[in-house]
Design a protein around this ligand. Structure first.
Ligand code: DX5
Ligand code: ZN
Length: 219
């Protein structure tokens, strides 16, 4: 089994040193930088605007994987793309026209992703599978880092893998929330090829990032 892409969530980083944090993640072997954008309305927490993404963009050449927990999301796509996002992932609940939103993201030259909350039905994926480069499965309810992995996500990863394979899709299957070395192997065995991790990657401080990332890759 190929090692998964590791996408550290900078939600768990030291916000006073964001530039240094993304540089340290790149040195430590991260594949994508996962940016959790929360609007205090779609989810009960408020985080990073496009100016923050723009400020950290010069500090790394890694792809920025921007997870938009914002509703309505359409008015923000261009601003995050201009700020340096390479991948924009959106929740079906964050706008009335998911198909149009995904098309718009690709039109802006970014890779498009759709995100499923634990309670969101997967059948939506069949309608937009040709429009997505990433499928992000939430293994916690979005809003906060440091929550526990919801075990039923494993079965949902398998079901997603089956839908993608049946459609001949090469989209990445990414998992987000409560990912640790204790469940990363099971996620990959179920069909995931990209893992988001916040708390697990950042624990122990910068000198531990490389070992933490390696522990997820080899789990
Ligand atoms: C939750 C976010 C996740 C989360 C990951 O809304 O989308 O990216 O911060 O953090 P951990 O790995 O701590 O669950
Ligand atoms: Zn996220």
């Amino acid at each position: 089994m190929a090692a998964p892409l590791i996408c550290p969530s900078i939600l768990a980083s030291d916000f006073a040193r964001l530039g240094e944090e993304v540089r340290a993640l790149e040195t430590a072997g991260a594949d994508w930088i996962h940016v959790d954008v929360m609007d205090g309305h779609f989810v009960p927490n408020l985080t990073m605007g496009p100016d923050i993404v723009k400020a950290i963009r010069p500090h790394t050449s890694l792809p920025f994987d921007v997870h938009l927990m914002v509703a309505p999301v359409d008015p923000w796509l261009e601003a995050y793309r201009d700020a340096g996002a390479d991948i924009l992932t959106v929740h079906p609940e964050s706008g009335p026209h998911l198909h149009r939103t995904l098309g718009r993201i690709r039109q802006l030259g970014a890779r498009a992703g759709v995100v499923f909350n634990p309670g969101t039905p997967l059948n939506i994926l069949e309608e937009v599978v040709d429009l997505v480069d990433v499928v992000l499965l939430m293994s916690v309810n979005p809003g906060f880092g440091g929550q526990s992995f919801i075990e039923s996500a494993l079965r949902k990863i398998e079901r997603t893998r089956a839908i993608l394979d049946a459609a001949g899709s090469k989209a990445h299957l990414q998992v987000d929330g409560g990912v640790t070395s204790a469940n990363a192997g099971a996620c990959v065995a179920a069909g995931a090829d990209a893992l988001v991790a916040g708390s697990f990657v950042f624990k122990g401080g910068p000198s531990a990032y490389a070992a933490n990332i390696q522990a997820l890759k080899s789990a």
